[in-house]
Design a protein around this ligand. Structure first.
Ligand code: AMP
Length: 282
């Protein structure tokens, strides 16, 4: 079985022993409710290093009071089983008190890449993410840490924090794992009813159509408007954003994305009570 440790001291003991034996170590941070997207990160890590550590911690600091912290799906036995099957060496599953002991008072605050899109829709989100990921990187002392492009802005935020704070770790981005119909795998897909799950495919489809339209010479603003209209027609009740952005700093693009260095389309939209996010490169 994949070994489970719950304290930073035990985590470091394992990682330091591996490093002393000349092995390299990857950390794959998650909030659990593992699916094949998470396991694809572990498989990618295994192509780069000898040892993989997954963390499972549902981080209260990245949820606003009205968000789904209590309802977020949890199941450690199932997660541990999946990690075992994937050949993951260690599961770090700390308690809330281990991560945020009494009196905890430090938060990582960023500007820039954290501000638009998810940052605008969820003001405390990236502060919470940056704080917990920085802690995990300091706790685990990995050589590399793998994050999914599924959460593209999060990946760019973590790259920024790592550079800004000189954290001695290489951040690796992994491609988005998708269901057969194209919907990005997500723990939150478990919230969707059967009807909503069927409608959800409109999100990747609208994104592919928007990219095709811009590639064919269409205007960015028109492709964004058509994408939003397609989502409304498919039953999405609100679109938080459906934006072409610069792939590095997520700033807005000029009217002709194909002349920009690296465009990326990012979207977030509500299907009933579930908020889905996705993004695609050209
Ligand atoms: P989460 O537990 O959902 O916060 O995600 C933990 C890590 O898994 C993050 O780096 C996510 O970007 C990544 N991840 C989640 N879903 C996918 C997916 N469908 N494909 C690739 N990576 C994913």
């Amino acid at each position: 079985m994949t070994r489970i440790v719950r304290t930073v001291a035990e985590l470091r003991q394992h990682v330091r022993a591996w490093k002393a034996a000349g092995e390299h170590v990857a950390l794959i941070p998650t909030m659990g409710a593992l699916h094949d997207g998470h396991l694809s990160l572990i498989r990618l890590a295994q192509t780069k290093v000898q040892r993989t550590v997954a963390s499972v911690f549902v981080n209260p600091k990245q949820f606003a009071p009205h968000e789904d912290f209590d309802a977020y799906p949890r199941g450690e036995a199932r997660d541990a089983q999946l990690l075992e099957t994937a050949g993951c060496d260690l599961l770090f599953a700390p308690s809330g008190a281990e991560m945020y002991p009494q009196g905890f008072a430090t938060t990582i605050n960023l500007t820039g890449v954290s501000e638009p899109l998810e940052g605008a829709a969820r003001p405390q989100f990236f502060g919470g993410v940056a704080t917990v990921v920085t802690k995990l990187l300091i706790q685990a002392e990995p050589d590399i840490a793998v994050f999914g492009e599924k959460d593209y802005q999060q990946l760019q935020v973590i790259r920024r924090v790592t550079r800004d704070l000189d954290l001695p770790v290489e951040i690796v981005g992994a491609p988005t794992a998708r269901a057969e119909d194209g919907l990005a795998l997500s723990s939150r897909n478990a919230y969707l009813s059967a009807g909503e799950r069927a409608a959800a495919v409109a999100l990747p489809n609208a994104m592919k159509a928007a990219i095709a339209a811009v590639r064919a010479g269409g205007r960015i603003d028109e492709a964004e408007a058509a994408g939003k209209a397609a989502l409304a027609a498919a039953g999405f009740r609100q679109v938080d954003y459906f934006d072409f952005r610069d792939a590095d700093d997520l700033s807005r693009l000029g009217p002709d994305a194909l002349n920009e260095a690296k465009p990326r389309l990012l979207a977030a939209a509500w299907l009933g009570k579930t908020r889905l996010i996705d993004n695609m490169g050209f």
